[in-house]
Design a protein around this ligand. Structure first.
Ligand code: NDP
Ligand code: X2W
Length: 320
C-alpha cells in the first residue's frame, strides 16, 4: 500500500492541532489539509474525507454527525474524537486495552469512536474490577474528577486565558456537571458493566492539562470486601503487557500517600494512563485513581494510537 493519507477534520482546534503536531513529524503517513478558507464547508470536508485512507474528526458532535452522513467512499476509515458515536452499535469503541478482543475489532473497523477523556480514566480503573466480579455490577459508584481547562476546548482555554494576569483565577477549582447529565455518563455506564449509571462529579482546574479520576470504594458495604492487594493485583494482571496503562505497585503508592498530594500533571506529554490503588484494609476503604493527560490518552494520543491500529502500523509509533 502507498503511504496512508490522513485528513484531520477540525485540524485547527485543540485536539486536531495536537494530532497534527504528532503526525507532522512522521515519515509513514501523509497528512492532507483543507484549504483554511473552506474548513467549515461541509461539502468540501466530505470530499476531503472521501479522498483519504483515514479521516480523524475533531469537531463538535453535530458537525461530526453531519459530515459522516455525507461521506460516500466505501473504503475510507473514520475515527471520531467527539461524543457523537461512542455508544453507537455501528461504531467500535476505540479503547484497545478495554478487553481482549477490542484491539482486533478496532483494526478491522471502518468506523471507530475515540473514548472521552474522563471515561478513559474511569473505564481503565473500573472495567477490570467489575468484569472480574471484585466489585459487583450493582455497586453504587461515584467518581470525582478534575481536568485541566484544555479539556473544554478553545472556548474554555480562552476563558482561562483572560485570568492570566490575575493572581488567582475566578475558578481555580470549578465543580460542574451539577445536573448529573454529563455527556460522558452514557459511555461510562455502557462499557463498565455497571447496572446503574455512576454518579459523576467533574471539576476543572486552573491548569492547562492533566487529569485525575478518583473512585472512592467504601468496601465495608460489600459482603466480601476485597483487600487493597486484591484490587491492585486484579488491575495489574489485567494490564500486563499493555504499554500505555501502568499500574503503580502498592509500595510506590504508599510512598505517594505519604507525600500528601497526588500530582495531577505527572502524565502530561505521554499517552499513559497511570492507575493507583490506595487502600486501608483495617477500615475497608479504598480509592482507585487514574491519572492521564486529557490531551494525550484522553484525546489526541489515543486518536494516534487508534489510527496506528486502524492502518496496521506499529501501535506505539509517534507515542510515548
Ligand atoms: N479537548 C479535549 O481534551 C478533548 C476533546 N474531545 C472532543 O474532540 C472534539 C474537538 O474538541 P476540541 O478540540 O477540544 O474543541 P475546539 O473547540 O478546540 O476545536 C474544535 C474545532 O472544530 C471547528 N469547528 C466547529 N464547528 C465546525 C464545523 N461546523 N465545521 C468544521 N469545523 C468546525 C472549530 O472551529 P472554531 O473554533 O472556529 O469554531 C475548532 O477548530 C470535540 O467533540 C470534543 O468533545 C475529546 C476528548 C478530549
Ligand atoms: C474540562 C471540560 O470541560 N471537559 C469537557 C470534556 C472534554 C472531553 O473529553 O469531551 P469529549 O471526550 O466528550 O469529546 C466536558 O466536561 O465537557
Amino acid at each position: 500500500m502507498d503511504q496512508p493519507r490522513v485528513f484531520i477534520d477540525g485540524e485547527a482546534g485543540t485536539t486536531g492541532l495536537q494530532i497534527y503536531t504528532r503526525l507532522a513529524q512522521r515519515q509513514d503517513v501523509t497528512v492532507v489539509s483543507i484549504d483554511p478558507t473552506k474548513r467549515k464547508d461541509v461539502a468540501e470536508r466530505a470530499r476531503m474525507i472521501d479522498s483519504v485512507d483515514i479521516a480523524i474528526l475533531c469537531l463538535p458532535d453535530a458537525a461530526a454527525q453531519e459530515v459522516v452522513s455525507l461521506v460516500s467512499a466505501p473504503t475510507v476509515k473514520i475515527l471520531d474524537a467527539s461524543t457523537a458515536h461512542r455508544t453507537d452499535p455501528d461504531w467500535v469503541y476505540g479503547f484497545p486495552e478495554m478487553q481482549t478482543d477490542q484491539r482486533q475489532a478496532i483494526a478491522k473497523a471502518h468506523r471507530v469512536s475515540n473514548p472521552g477523556c474522563y471515561p478513559t480514566g474511569f473505564l481503565a480503573a473500573m472495567k477490570p474490577l467489575v468484569s472480574t466480579g471484585i466489585i459487583p455490577a450493582s455497586f453504587p459508584v461515584t467518581l470525582n474528577a478534575i481536568s485541566g481547562y484544555s479539556g473544554g476546548g478553545r472556548k474554555l482555554i480562552e476563558t482561562y486565558a483572560t485570568y492570566e494576569d490575575a493572581t488567582e483565577p475566578d475558578y481555580p477549582y470549578g465543580v460542574y456537571g451539577l445536573s448529573f447529565g454529563h455527556k460522558h455518563v452514557q459511555e461510562m455506564t455502557h462499557y463498565s458493566g455497571l447496572s446503574h449509571a455512576p454518579m459523576f462529579l467533574p471539576a476543572v482546574g486552573a491548569f492547562e492539562k492533566g487529569m485525575l479520576v478518583q473512585i472512592p470504594l467504601p468496601l465495608w458495604t460489600l459482603e466480601q470486601p476485597p483487600t487493597g492487594e486484591r484490587l491492585w493485583e486484579t488491575l495489574a494482571n489485567y494490564y500486563t503487557d499493555e504499554p500505555f496503562i501502568q499500574v503503580h505497585n502498592l509500595s510506590d503508592t504508599n510512598q505517594l500517600r505519604d507525600l500528601k498530594f497526588l500530582d495531577t500533571k505527572a502524565a502530561n506529554g505521554t499517552n499513559q494512563v497511570e492507575l493507583f490503588v490506595f487502600a486501608n484494609d483495617a477500615t475497608q476503604e479504598a480509592l482507585v485513581a487514574a491519572r492521564l493527560d486529557n490531551l494525550g490518552k484522553g484525546a489526541s494520543g489515543a486518536a494516534v494510537q487508534n489510527m496506528n491500529i486502524m492502518l496496521g502500523l506499529p501501535e506505539k509509533t509517534g507515542l510515548v
